[in-house]
Ligand binder design. Structure first.
Ligand code: APR
Ligand code: PHB
Length: 390
């Protein structure tokens, strides 16, 4: 089989890329090693930057998001028992965020790809990449027990943090940057209406807590915990009790409780490699970078990589230009480092640090400053709704 762009992975990166290339008349094939059901039901974050929500509409995959997504024009920072609202719309000239589950985005994009006749193969095995430094790279894989080969002009490694693309780049080419945090998140999905109209990021001496949501009936809540926390030690009752303590306010606000539908631990790390390309292989999304979840940048960063690669491929196929492809990594990384900085800042500022009281007081002072200075609030708001693509 032959295609223009061979895409490994049917997560948000691979699906957005394939659908966007299709709008530009560029052909692609997606190879995914999991089942369609697995991809469509993997629970991840669910906050879209302003331009990413617009992108889904532009790609013809935004109808359900427009109907069911929750548009928020701010967030609350809660500390010392009081709420401080960061008014995104007011601070950024009308920009908002949309709360809509990542697995619903994946479902909508898969449906859009299939409806447009896209080639999308699930449950392929033994994926490997070849000829990366030639002009005709290829992907070998097994499908229904038979070995197959996909000849391509380019390969997009959209196969997440544990995929095969990044490790296929020869040793010595990539420089890795990494930061591991001394805490993790214990997250639950609960069948109860959100207790607040917008997301609440709560800093408390017992640790950070986040009140988020999926729908008007389903809440998503998180607690800072130890990186090696034993989930079995957390009964539903203990989780609610801890959330109540960390989210308590001086006002008459109450946290509504309900049946816990799902619980899990999310690790926290910052990771990126540079460059994000080697020969005709380009890395996108989690294959190239991971951010801690505070600030919800993961999916949004993937969309930004897709934006840069689509423009570069369009310039190549329409005008024979190679310069944008050559600069792919450089252009992506400039914005990614800013998102890394923001995710690191949100994480360290809001979590209780084991470094001790001095550091925790500095973080509280930071929160005081951010919520009392229009300039500092604007900086947070601009980063949260999404920095402009270059
Ligand atoms: N062969 C084929 N497919 C693979 C392979 C492989 N060897 N390894 C992994 N995959 C698939 C995975 O099964 C998954 O469906 O690649 C896909 C990668 O998807 P994601 O991990 O969701 O990564 P990405 O598309 O870059 O999305 C980034 O997802 O992890 C979140 O926080 C992250 O929200 C961000 C977004
Ligand atoms: C989520 O709803 O899962 C979520 C929201 C905001 C974050 C992280 C995760 O910063």
């Amino acid at each position: 089989m032959r295609t223009q762009v061979g895409i490994i992975g049917a997560g948000p990166s691979g699906l957005l890329l394939s659908q966007w290339l299709h709008l530009h008349g560029i052909e692609s094939v997606i190879l995914e090693n999991r089942t369609r059901e697995y991809c469509e039901n993997r629970i991840r974050a669910g906050v879209l930057e302003h331009d990413v929500a617009d992108l889904l509409v532009h790609l013809g995959a935004g109808e359900r998001m427009k109907r069911e997504g929750l548009v928020h024009s701010g967030i609350y920072l809660r500390f010392r028992g009081r709420d401080h609202r960061i008014d995104f719309a007011n601070l950024t000239g009308g920009k908002t965020i949309t709360v809509y589950s990542q697995h619903d985005i994946v479902k909508d994009l898969i449906a859009a790809r299939l409806q447009a006749g896209g080639k999308l193969f699930f449950e392929v095995q033994d994926v490997s990449v070849h000829g990366l430094d030639s002009s005709q790279p290829s992907i070998r894989y097994t499908r229904n027990g038979r070995p197959e080969q996909l000849e391509c002009d380019f390969i997009a490694g959209c196969d997440g943090f544990h995929g095969v693309s990044r490790p296929s780049i020869p040793a010595g080419v990539l420089k890795t940057h990494e930061n591991v945090y001394p805490y993790a998140w214990l997250g639950i999905l609960a069948q109860v209406a959100p207790s607040c109209d917008e997301l609440v990021y709560a800093s408390h001496e017992r640790g950070f807590a986040l009140l988020s949501m999926r729908t008007p009936q389903i809440s998503r809540l998180y607690l800072q915990c130890a990186p090696d926390e034993d989930l079995n030690a957390w009964s539903d009752e203990r989780i609610w009790k801890e959330l109540q303590l960390r989210c308590a306010t001086h006002g008459d606000w109450t946290l509504k409780e309900g049946p816990v539908l799902q619980k899990g631990i999310t690790a926290m790390r910052s990771f990126l490699v540079e460059p994000m390309q080697y020969g005709r292989l380009f890395l996108l999304g989690d294959a190239a970078h991971i951010v801690p979840p505070t600030g919800a940048k993961g999916l949004n960063l993937a969309a930004a990589d897709v934006h840069v690669l689509v423009r570069a491929l369009e310039a190549f196929y329409k005008h024979g230009r190679q310069d944008l492809l050559a600069r792919y990594s450089e252009v992506c990384l400039r914005r990614i480092w800013k998102a890394q900085r923001f995710s690191w800042w949100m994480t360290t500022t809001l979590h209780r640090s084991p470094e001790g009281d001095f550091v925790n007081q500095i973080h509280l002072a930071d929160l005081d400053y951010v919520t009392s200075s229009r300039a500092a609030s604007t900086a947070l708001a601009e980063n949260y709704v999404g920095l402009p693509y270059d």
